[in-house]
Design a protein around this ligand. Structure first.
Ligand code: TNX
Length: 566
C-alpha cells in the first residue's frame, strides 16, 4: 500500500504547475506529505520486521526435517555443555539416553552424564516416558533452564532426541546453543520405509549401520533389506551352507549400460553372517527401526538355485547371475522346495523379529512351470487353471509357513495375480493400482510406485548424472508424492500403511553412490510419510534442506547436489 502511494506521489509530482508561489506553497505541503510518507514507511518497515523478520528468524532457527506437527519458536536459547545432566523418568529409556550421550560424545567430544535422584530443572535434559501405549508422538520443550522431552513410549523419546539433534549447531564446540521452542509432533503413517538391494551389489555391515543412521535422522522406521536375488545370496543359512559358499559369489558383473552387454570377469560377492545380522537387527532396534528381510521367491532365485539346482523344475545346473534383468530359472513349486524354503524362513524368522517377512513374488517368468510335468500335475491336483494361479498357490504355501510363526508375509504387487493369499500385505511398485486393489480387498498396503519412490532412477539430467538404470525422479517429484490414493474410501484408506523408497543397486556399485542416490531424496520422502498433508510445501522444505545440508556435510555424507544447482 505505502509503496504504491509513494509511486503515486512521485508520478504526480511531475505534473504540478511551474509557478514560484505555488511552488513555495507546494513545498510546504510536500514537506508534510513527505513527513507523513516517511512516518508511514517507517511504520511499515517496523511492521515488516516484526511480522516477517521474526517469522523468518523462526524459520531459520528451527529447520527440522521432517517438518513437525507444530512448532512454536520462543525467545532465547538453552545451552548444552559438559555439565548438562540427563534425567530419565524410569529405567526403560536409559537406552535412548545413552544413544544421545554417545551421539554427543562422538560429534562434540564431551560426555553428558545420566543423573539419578529427583530431576533438577536447571541445566538438564529431562526424558519423560508416560508409557501410555505404543505411540510415536512426543513433545519437545526447550526453555532457557532445561529441555524436556515427553512421550507416550520409547520411540517418541527417541524422535524427540532426533529433533533436538537437528537443532544443535553442527560445528564442534563446548557450549551448544539450542533455540527455545515448543514442538509437538507425531507421524502421519506407520510404515516409513527405505529399502536397499544388497544382492546386485554388496555393502559392508558398517555401511548398513550408516544407512540405518540416515533413516533414524529422518524418523523412518522400516529398513527393507533385500538379501537375495539372481546375482547373489547374502544371508548365512546354517542348514544350507552352499547358499553363501556358492550362491554369494558370481564370476563377474555386467558393466556399463545394459545395452552394451559388457561384463568384467572379477569374482564378486559377500554375505552377512548370522552374528552380523543379529548385531544389525539390534542396532536398528536401538533406533526404533524394524528390519523387514526379503527372501525372493519363486523368481529372482538364480543364486539359490546355483547352490541347490534340485529346487528348480529342470534341476539343471545354473550359475549365479552376472547379467541384470529377469531369469527364466525359478523355484519349482515342489514339496522339496517348500521344505527347503521352510527351513530357510525359520532361520530368517529366528534372526528377524519383524511382524512382516518379505517374500518377493515379483517378475516370475512361467516358462519352466508351463513346460514342467510336475507343475501340470500340481495344477490338476489343486484345480488350478493357469500358471498365475500356480504362483498364487506357491505364495499361499509360503504364507502358511510364515503365519505358523505368528508373522505375516508382504510381497510385491504381482502376488495379487491369481488371487491374493489370505493374510498377505502388498507392496505396490508397478504404479499404485496394485495397492488400490489390495486395499479394496482389505489387505495392508505399502506404496512404493516406480514413478516417485525408485531412488535408482536419475535425479537430474541424464548427461550430468552418473550412470543409472533410467527413469527420472527428481527431489521435487519425490516430495510431491501422496501415498493415499483419493479413489479409496475413508475405510479403505486405513489399509495404506505408508510408503517406502527402493534403492536397487544394479548400477550402484559403491556405498558412496548409495548415499548419492538416496540423499537428499530420503529427506523428501520422510516428510511425505511423517508430516501433515496440509503442511507440505516444497519451497519451505527446500529452504529447510538448504540449512540442513550443513549437518550432512558435517557427517561426511555424499549426498547429491543436483537439486541445489539451478
Ligand atoms: C524391478 S521392483 C525389480 C527389481 C529391479 C528394479 C530396478 C521389483 C519388485 N523388481 O528386481 O532391481 O526393477 O529398478
Amino acid at each position: 500500500m505505502v509503496l504504491k502511494t509513494s509511486n503515486y506521489y512521485s508520478n504526480n509530482k511531475d505534473k504540478l504547475p511551474n509557478n514560484s508561489f505555488k511552488k513555495a506553497k507546494f513545498f510546504g505541503i510536500a514537506y508534510y506529505i513527505w513527513l507523513l510518507q516517511f512516518y508511514m514507511q517507517l511504520r511499515f518497515f517496523v511492521f515488516l520486521f516484526f511480522v516477517f523478520g521474526l517469522n523468518l528468524s523462526a524459520q531459520n532457527r528451527i529447520n527440522i526435517i521432517p517438518k513437525p506437527t507444530s512448532v512454536l519458536d520462543q525467545d532465547g536459547e538453552f545451552i548444552i555443555n559438559a555439565k548438562t545432566l540427563i534425567y530419565i523418568s524410569e529405567p526403560g529409556i536409559e537406552k535412548e539416553a545413552s544413544y544421545f550421550i554417545n551421539y554427543m560424545e562422538s560429534n562434540y567430544g564431551f560426555k553428558l552424564k545420566l543423573a539419578s535422584g529427583k530431576p533438577k530443572k536447571k541445566n538438564s535434559i529431562l526424558l519423560n516416558n508416560l508409557k501410555t501405549g505404543e505411540f510415536e508422538n512426543y513433545e519437545l520443550s526447550i526453555n532457557k533452564k532445561y529441555i524436556g522431552i515427553t512421550a507416550n513410549a520409547d520411540a517418541g523419546i527417541f524422535y524427540g532426541l532426533q529433533s533436538l539433534i537437528q537443532l544443535l549447531p553442527v560445528s564442534k564446540q563446548s557450549s551448544l546453543a539450542v533455540p527455545c521452542a515448543l514442538i509437538q509432533d507425531h507421524p502421519r503413517y506407520a510404515w516409513r520405509g527405505m529399502h536397499l538391494d544388497c544382492s546386485r551389489h554388496f555393502f559392508e555391515t558398517n555401511f548398513i549401520k550408516k544407512y540405518i543412521d540416515f533413516l533414524a535422522t529422518y524418523k523412518m522406521n522400516v529398513f527393507h533389506w533385500h538379501l537375495t536375488d539372481d546375482q547373489g545370496w547374502r544371508i548365512e543359512i546354517k542348514k544350507y551352507p552352499l547358499l553363501t559358499k556358492e550362491g554369494a559369489w558370481r564370476k563377474g558383473s555386467m558393466i556399463g549400460p545394459y545395452s552394451d552387454n559388457k561384463f568384467d570377469s572379477i569374482r564378486y560377492g559377500g554375505f552377512y553372517t548370522q552374528n552380523e545380522i543379529k548385531e544389525i537387527v539390534d542396532y536398528a532396534a536401538e533406533r526404533h527401526i524394524t528390519i523387514v528381510p526379503e527372501i525372493e521367491m519363486p523368481g529372482h532365485a538364480l543364486a539359490a538355485l546355483a547352490a541347490y539346482p534340485m529346487f528348480s523344475c529342470t534341476g539343471k545346473p545354473v550359475e549365479v547371475g552376472m547379467k541384470w534383468g529377469v531369469e527364466t530359472t525359478v523355484f519349482c513349486p515342489s514339496e522339496g522346495t517348500f521344505l527347503f524354503l521352510r527351513n530357510i524362513l525359520n532361520e530368517v524368522m529366528d534372526l528377524f523379529p519383524s511382524k512382516f517377512i518379505h517374500i518377493g513374488g515379483d517378475e516370475v517368468l512361467k516358462d519352466e512351470w508351463d513346460s514342467s510335468a510336475l507343475c501340470q500335475q500340481i495344477m490338476k491336483d489343486q484345480g488350478l487353471s493357469n500358471s498365475h494361479e500356480l504362483q498364487s498357490y506357491f505364495i499361499q504355501r509360503i504364507e502358511k509357513i510364515v503365519n505358523a510363526r505368528g508373522r505375516s508375509i508382504i510381497g510385491w504387487d504381482e502376488i495379487l495375480e491369481g488371487g491374493l493369499a489370505p493374510n498377505a500385505a502388498v507392496m505396490s511398485w508397478r504404479g499404485i493400482e496394485g495397492g488400490i486393489a489390495a486395499a479394496k480387498q482389505k489387505h495392508y498396503v505399502v506404496m512404493s510406485p516406480g514413478s516417485h519412490c525408485y531412488f535408482d532412477h536419475y535425479q537430474g539430467k541424464k548427461e550430468q548424472e552418473p550412470l543409472a538404470i533410467g527413469g527420472f525422479t527428481p527431489l521435487e517429484k519425490v516430495y510431491s508424492y501422496e501415498p493415499t490414493p483419493d479413489t479409496l474410501s475413508v475405510e479403505e484408506a486405513t489399509y495404506i500403511l505408508g510408503a517406502q523408497a527402493n534403492v536397487w543397486t544394479e548400477y550402484i556399485t559403491s556405498s558412496a553412490q548409495v548415499e548419492y542416490m538416496a540423499m537428499p531424496r530420503m529427506a523428501a520422502l520422510a516428510e511425505v510419510v511423517w508430516s501433515k498433508k496440509e503442511d507440505r510445501n516444497y519451497k519451505d522444505f527446500y529452504n529447510r534442506l538448504l540449512i540442513h545440508r550443513s549437518l550432512l556435510d558435517a557427517r561426511g555424507i555424499n549426498y547429491s547436489k543436483t537439486a541445489f544447482q539451478k
